[in-house]
Design a protein around this ligand. Structure first.
Ligand SMILES: [Zn+2]
Length: 77
């Protein structure tokens, strides 16, 4: 499923989350085309499918490669 970039950018802008890169202070973000899925599991077990998944949008700094994730659930998109 592809991300609705204009809607996602509007949501990030509404939250004041479109600032420069935390690592290199440039503003060269690239939003990836597809959702990222951050998975959490009980640390005493090996990860398995069907664990809890947090859907996220990934932004990649085109200068230093730093990657950050925003929860689409929190953003409401
Ligand atoms: Zn950077």
């Amino acid at each position: 499923m592809e991300i609705d970039k204009p809607k996602m950018i509007a949501a990030l802008e509404a939250k004041g989350a479109l600032g420069p890169c935390d690592r290199c202070n440039t503003n060269t973000w690239l939003m990836l085309e597809e959702y990222a899925a951050l998975s959490f599991t009980d640390s005493s077990k090996a990860p398995e499918f069907n664990e809890s998944i947090v859907p996220a949008v990934a932004l990649v700094c085109q200068n230093c490669g730093y990657i950050l994730l925003h929860s689409t659930h929190v953003l409401g998109v």
